[in-house]
Design a protein around this ligand. Structure first.
Ligand code: ATP
Length: 276
């Protein structure tokens, strides 16, 4: 489905060169939900932009269903952290959600059906005539998610989408993402700063080193598929995985493509569960 192969990105400015991504390789299967964590500034957003075809890598490639990504691919949607900036203040919720569909030229009836369904699944059916500035942060982020859902993507890339909402709303939105992932059969790559979120949400957690960035670990999250905030988070296994990811993030702050040449192979690493 999604293949990141030796991806490299160096930003070259007039006075400064930043090697953000040294050499990243990993694979995501169709219908997987994978989380990505790493130290601040390690290049998570850079990676996502390259994967979404919004930024050209310096080397390597991203393949989607066997085809190289060289611009925003159809079938891929991105949800960014700054929902305030991705929603248009002068458009109501319905029009904000419908906006990307205009390109698909589906016809009014189908467009309405998709928008109604997307607003329904994110729990905003009653708010379709409201404007973004009349909504709470959590509701605005739901609008951004509804917009992605209405687009019917095969792949959903999310860049720290819940970083700016309160803890309670965040827990609700995490469960919403898991529900959408299961119901819609979409492939999700979810970038987060939050260690608990990285363990709770996904089937795998990819841990990145500090910049120049390599994959430090590709960890299978072997928690039961049925998860809920109370029981899953209080389970012994959740605690073990959380401690492990925490330790790895601490290690990642000192580890980079400069300090170690080892990059786990995409195929082997994805199945390897380290002994904790
Ligand atoms: N347009 C740019 N020009 C030059 N350098 C950049 C640019 N964008 C990012 N960088 C640099 O690339 C590195 C990775 O940045 P990036 O934003 O991808 O990291 P991040 O892991 O998403 O950060 P954070 O955890 O703070 O959100 C940083 O050193 C950053 O300063």
């Amino acid at each position: 489905m999604l293949d990141v192969r030796n991806l490299q990105k160096t930003y070259t400015g007039r006075n400064r060169t930043v090697e953000a991504l040294r050499s990243l390789s990993f694979h995501i299967d169709a219908n997987e939900l994978v989380c990505l964590v790493g130290p601040s500034g390690c290049g998570k957003t850079t990676l996502l932009k390259c994967m979404a075809g919004l930024l050209a890598p310096t080397g390597g490639e991203v393949m989607l269903d066997g085809r190289p990504v060289s611009g925003p691919p159809p079938g891929m949607a991105v949800v960014f952290q700054e929902y305030g900036r991705s929603l248009f203040a002068w458009m109501n919720v319905r029009d904000n959600v419908a906006l990307p569909l205009r390109r698909k030229k589906l016809g009014k009836a189908r467009e309405k059906e998709l928008v109604d369904h997307a607003l329904e699944v994110v729990g905003l059916a009653d708010a379709h005539h409201a404007y973004p500035w009349q909504l709470s942060g959590g509701m605005q982020q739901r609008v951004a998610i509804a917009r992605a859902v209405a687009y019917e993507p095969k792949v959903l890339l999310m860049d720290e989408p819940f970083a700016a909402v309160d803890a309670q709303t965040r827990a609700d939105l995490e469960d919403l993402i898991r529900r959408l992932w299961r119901e819609l059969g979409v492939t999700v790559l979810f970038v987060t700063h939050d260690i608990d979120e990285a363990v709770y949400l996904g089937q795998r957690t990819i841990i990145l080193s500090k910049s120049p960035t390599v994959v430090q670990e590709d960890l299978t999250i072997d928690l039961p598929d049925e998860r809920d905030q109370l029981h899953t988070r209080s389970s012994a296994r959740f605690g073990e995985l959380r401690a492990h990811v925490y330790e790895q993030i601490q290690r990642a702050k000192h580890h980079s493509g400069d300090t170690e040449a080892s990059v786990p192979s995409a195929a082997g690493a994805a199945t390897a569960t380290p002994h904790l």
